[in-house]
Design a protein around this ligand. Structure first.
Ligand code: ATR
Length: 280
């Protein structure tokens, strides 16, 4: 049997997912292909129906701008995807098309890989900057994992409030402005940048200034193009520990691959290679 996997989104011509999944197929000795299917929003419904009818697909990834738009076309959503309200992984389970979201777990796995001590310290003070889809997935997953001090800073506070309403476990979440985040930054042990500020081509911008950052804090940026954002460079200059965005990409892919094949590929050696690919 040959696994048929793939990615839908727009634009995705430069996606690194084909490279990652090809490595996983080789590492697990699974025979398969990872197809890439870029289609414009006007073609979404027609093309998606073609994918659904093509029973040959075992599963596929979904990326921007279709992570929410795909939901009504699926037969079922797993609990995490339902709560987050977005799907990045689809699995064909004997003809039943089920949506999952592996972004939050991908973030958590990558964080714990680089900073294993985090696993045993659920009482750290966390700040998430941004309240878009990625922030939703990360907040939900960290809350589920037992982290219980997670504040959210966003330009639009109502969106931060929507995210805080996702919490299922006892936790304390303050909703703050970007300016308050800047002023109170010394409170946080982990700062997670999830907005698209700093992404190419606006790579010389940051959502907040890091002057008040604790020196021993961990600073994550989920943006990976550029690989070192302005935000990350500022954090490095202060001496903070940094966590780069390509690592979340790698681990969300690992969990998707597990859902499709039942095998967990090792990511050994891939973090550095992916970083090099992104550095061009
Ligand atoms: P994703 O799905 O990648 O998380 P998104 O859902 O479009 O992306 O969310 C983008 C996030 O970046 C939002 O938190 C957005 O803030 P608003 O909720 O106020 O729109 C934030 N963002 C985008 N541009 C920004 C800017 N110039 N300054 C501050 N925040 C910005």
């Amino acid at each position: 049997m040959e696994y048929q996997l793939g990615l839908i989104g727009y634009p995705i011509k430069h996606s690194l997912s084909p490279w990652i999944h090809q490595q996983f197929l080789e590492k697990t000795n699974i025979n398969g292909k990872y197809h890439i299917d870029e289609f414009v929003p006007e073609q979404f419904e027609n093309r998606l129906l073609q994918w659904k009818e093509a029973e040959k697909y075992h599963g596929y990834n979904v990326t921007a701008p279709y992570k929410q738009r795909i939901v009504p076309f699926l037969d079922e959503l797993d609990e995490t995807a339902r709560n987050i309200g977005a799907v990045n992984t689809v699995v064909n389970q004997n003809g039943k098309i089920v949506g999952y979201n592996t972004d939050g777990i991908g973030y958590q796995r990558s964080l714990e890989k680089h900073f294993p001590e985090i696993k045993d310290n659920k009482s750290i003070n966390i700040l998430i900057i941004g309240a878009g889809g990625a922030a939703r997935a990360i907040y939900y997953t960290l809350n589920q994992a037992g982290f219980h001090l997670i504040d959210i800073a966003n330009r639009t506070l109502s969106k931060a409030e929507d995210i805080a309403n996702l919490r299922t476990r006892e936790s304390k979440t303050n909703l703050i402005t970007l300016l308050q985040a800047e002023e109170n930054l010394s409170n946080y042990d982990l700062v997670i940048q999830t907005t698209n500020v700093g992404m190419m081509p606006e790579s010389n911008h940051s959502p907040i200034k890091l002057g008040n950052l604790k020196k021993e804090a961990i600073v994550s940026d989920i943006v990976y193009q550029p690989i070192r954002t302005n935000f990350i460079r500022d954090a490095q200059a202060i001496g903070a520990r940094i966590h780069l965005g390509h690592s979340m990409l790698l681990f969300q892919a690992q969990f998707a691959f597990e859902l499709w094949t039942g095998k967990s590929p090792s990511t050994e050696g891939m973090d550095e290679k992916l970083k090099k690919l992104l550095e061009g």
